[in-house]
Design a protein around this ligand. Structure first.
Ligand code: SF4
Length: 297
């Protein structure tokens, strides 16, 4: 057999439909993954009291793998949860060139999810204001956040769910540490600056890798996130690469760092706003503290 024939046979084999056994195996793995995601999201919701009975949760859907995964798992939990809450999917169509506006409405209608598509041309604003070659993401995110908060008010949402996952939380932590000289990251639950909205991150415990595998298994109709033409922030890229490298070289290190974010000993840091260092004194030993009783003669 010639090399060309061997290559052809190999590529035909690679393209062939999966056998029944392989399909069964893939189903089993997808099911296992779904259960894990459900468990981790349920755990995060419980740990941080993210959703309460009667909540109307606005699920922000960008069309990326993370937000699809979040919506899917929340829908599944909604059917199982002992408490009742509403889910409304919201997408902000920022008028980026080539944005396939029909994809999300079609998907959401097929899942029977109530939704709202909000159109706001933040793309033109960002392009006009930011000089060519400069990073557009921070203004773009600010405008997006403003629009989403407004929609949350209009639809009466009591919670706004964002699709940031464990690796976003870790990357943000290191960005703040390395470039902002701050120990802080994205909290799993917070109140917006104007005090009007509660933002939650139900994927806080979920690894990005699992969301990517889940999106593939579920064949979500992903909308590419580079339609705006923006380059990914270089510092974020470096931090993400560093975390990936650690994960490879020192298995468990990233998990340990993530656990440390929930195990903070504020008394053993150097922040003077957290602790009145001037008031720190040794406790005198009890024998010196108690007055000595007079001895009777
Ligand atoms: S990548 Fe594009 S759409 Fe996303 S935040 Fe940056 S500028 Fe906005």
């Amino acid at each position: 057999m010639t090399q060309a024939a061997v290559d052809h046979a190999a590529s035909t084999l690679a393209r062939r439909a999966p056998s029944a056994r392989e399909a069964q195996r893939a189903d089993f793995e997808a099911n296992k993954l779904k259960k894990r995601l459900r468990r981790l999201v349920g755990q995060a919701i419980a740990d941080f009291s993210m959703i309460e009975a009667g909540d109307r949760v606005m699920v922000c859907l960008s069309g990326g793998k993370d937000s699809y995964g979040m919506l899917d798992v929340l829908l599944s939990l909604q059917h199982r949860a002992p408490l009742s809450f509403e889910l409304i999917a919201v997408n902000l169509d920022q008028k980026q060139p080539g944005f396939p506006a029909d994809v999300l409405p079609r998907y959401l209608a097929s899942r029977g999810v109530p939704f709202r598509i909000e159109e706001q041309d933040t793309y033109s604003v960002v392009k006009r204001v930011i000089p060519e070659g400069r990073t557009m993401c921070s203004l773009c995110s600010r405008l997006r956040r403003g629009a989403l908060y407004r929609v949350a008010g209009e639809i009466g949402a009591t919670k706004i769910a964002l699709g940031h996952h464990r690796d976003d939380i870790l990357a943000t932590f290191f960005l703040n540490l390395f470039f902002g000289a701050k120990l802080k990251t994205m909290p799993p639950k917070l109140v917006s600056d104007d005090g009007k909205h509660v933002v939650i991150r139900p994927l806080a415990y979920v690894r990005e890798r699992d969301l990517a595998r889940y999106a593939e298994a579920m064949a979500f109709p992903i909308i590419p996130c580079n339609l705006c033409g923006a380059q990914e922030n270089l510092q974020r890229k470096q931090v993400t690469a560093m975390l990936r490298e650690w994960e490879k070289q020192y298995p468990g290190r990233v998990e340990t760092i993530f656990n440390a974010l929930g195990n903070v000993v504020t008394t053993h840091l150097l922040d003077r706003t957290l602790r009145d260092f001037a008031a720190i004194h040794a406790t005198p030993p009890p024998s010196l503290e108690d007055p000595v009783a007079p001895t009777r003669l």
